[in-house]
Design a protein. Structure first.
Length: 538
């Protein structure tokens, strides 16, 4: 017997504003969702996935407007309903789980206070009952110490725990529909498994319908009953998940299935003096040691991928290399010579030689500066370029990252796509003409098609400019694509390291095996098999 229809969207049109002009970003899309059903929305950046998901709540973000079509939620016309009625639905009957839990929680309030706000404000239950309910849902979400974790602040729990706490909070009023917007994108593979299993369990237990937005096809295969593919605001195709994975009808969908074909052959082991050597480094914050006797080398024209779950010490190692966190013990060598522990004691030339590209280009680029200023500042500061020489260098860098100088040089970051912003981050790092670049999760927030373009760009630049890369990532597919050597970290220690081919073919440590087994596969039954093999319920 077919389930009752919960949400019907017909011929939906949504426009975005650029200056004084409006342009369509969702172009007449239809969507039907039944009670208890999970619909996966996939497509590259700019496809309209998040915009469509928010529209299911009768909401359009700033700078957008719903210009046509109908949105019917359980018999309620969300376009015609007064804003007060729509607000009453949000949080109570329709909930939203954002991509970045860290940016979505109020840092000044404890988790349990933020959980209880929804059910109390909506009159679902009193505060005392809401607190007990929070503990029960924290337990169902497999959070550690469920009786106590709610009394922590957001910064006192890990990213994976915070994502699960957000999912529990979305369930606080037992909504009929939850929109999950890339909820595991920024998580390491082992944490992602926990979050996926917890989300799937809680949706099944409460019979909640869900729209699951993602660019990760292997993830959506574990979560969705049906998949809808979008491209530039248009629907490409839709079918049940098994049929979609086995035989996509459209060329575009098949191209999504084929991404990540890029995998450059690893170079042989390097000889000679490394560009950077991390030597027996111990470092931490306060009295706690986060890194414990860490050592590895990075040579010119080589990429060393540093992998491990959240809290393993990957980014802390980068902070030590750049001098932002002086080590308690050990040292950093640059071309065989010790660097001062703190960046404050390093010369401008020493600072120039090691640059960073950050994970979130949105927050790494000053929104008020145009691209000529963003790229030009490091070239002016480190190389002393001015006037025509600086202008020429900025244009050369834009061309190097495959953006037309005349078209882009005076744009603001807000006028760029996610992939274009990341390219500007790369150009800004290159402007200093460094020997080494630290790439900190530079592709994790990008869809797979854009990821592949960024990886190919980084590979080309490495060969042309003789660069050494330290590539911090939780994405082992990225490691397979671009790394020469792999350093595996856990609890602040290097547990295994070696050439990529050897480590993937025959890992020696149980933890490395755990990481490799946690990479999602394009198989509907993969998560069930993995949980069963680990003795967990599927």
């Amino acid at each position: 017997m077919e389930k009752q229809v919960l949400l019907t969207i017909r011929d939906l049109k949504i426009e975005g504003r650029s200056g004084d002009a409006w342009h369509q970003i969702v172009k007449g899309v239809d969507l039907t969702l039944h009670k208890g059903e999970v619909l996966g929305l996939i497509g590259e950046s700019g496809a309209g996935k998040s915009t469509l998901g928010l529209a299911a709540m009768g909401y359009a973000r700033d700078g957008c407007r719903i210009s046509g079509g109908s949105i019917d939620f359980d018999g309620i016309d969300l376009r015609a309903a007064p804003e007060a009625d729509r607000r009453a639905l949000r949080g109570k009957r329709i909930a939203y789980v954002a991509q970045s839990a860290a940016a979505s929680f109020n840092p000044a309030h404890k988790l349990i206070d933020q959980y209880c706000e929804g059910p109390v404000v909506h009159g679902v239950m009193p505060r005392e009952k809401a607190e007990a309910d929070a503990v029960e849902l924290y337990r169902r979400m497999r959070l550690p110490n469920p009786d106590e974790i709610g009394f922590r602040y957001p910064h006192q729990v890990s990213g994976g725990q915070l994502q699960r706490a957000m999912t529990a909070m979305a369930m606080s009023c037992r909504p009929d529909l939850i929109i999950f917007d890339e909820p595991t994108t920024a998580l390491d593979v082992t944490t992602q498994i926990e979050v996926l299993a917890a989300i799937r369990d809680i949706v099944r237990q409460f019979g909640t319908a869900a729209i699951y937005i993602t660019h990760d096809l292997a993830v959506v295969a574990q979560m969705a009953d049906r998949i809808k593919v979008l491209l530039r605001g248009d629907e490409v195709e839709e079918s049940d998940t098994r049929s979609m994975l086995a035989a996509p009808r459209e060329d575009y969908t098949r191209s999504l299935w084929a991404v990540r074909s890029f995998a450059r052959p690893a170079l042989p082991a390097a000889t000679g003096t490394p560009v950077v050597s991390v030597r027996n480094v111990t470092a931490g914050y306060g009295a706690v040691d986060v890194l414990k006797d860490v050592s590895f080398d990075i040579h010119a024209r080589r990429t060393v991928a540093v992998v491990g779950e959240s809290g393993s010490g990957k980014s802390t190692t980068a902070r030590v290399i750049t001098g932002l966190l002086p080590p308690r013990k050990g040292e950093i060598l640059f071309n065989g010579k010790p660097l001062p522990p703190s960046f404050k004691a390093r010369s401008r030339e020493e600072l120039r030689q090691c640059q960073m590209i950050y994970q979130m280009a949105d927050t790494a680029l000053n929104p008020k500066l145009r691209l000529r200023e963003l790229i030009g500042r490091p070239a002016e500061m480190y190389l002393g370029l001015k006037g025509r020489a600086l202008e020429t260098r900025i244009r050369d860098l834009l061309a190097l990252i495959e953006l037309e100088p005349d078209k882009y040089i005076d744009r603001l970051p807000s006028e760029l796509s996610g992939g274009q912003k990341q390219r500007i981050g790369i150009a800004r790092a290159l402007a200093a003409e460094p020997q080494m670049i630290i790439c900190d999760e530079v592709t994790s927030a990008l869809d797979q098609i854009v990821q592949e373009g960024i990886l190919k760009l980084l590979d080309r630049l490495q060969g042309e400019l003789n660069l050494a890369y330290m590539f911090i990532t939780h994405d082992l597919a990225t490691v397979k694509s671009i790394a020469d050597e792999v350093v595996v970290m856990q609890h602040g220690q290097v547990v295994e390291r070696g050439p990529k081919a050897e480590l993937f073919a025959a890992p020696k440590e149980d933890y490395t095996n755990l990481l490799l087994s946690s990479v999602p596969e394009m198989d509907l039954d993969w998560l069930n098999r993995l949980l069963a093999a680990r003795g967990e319920h599927a």
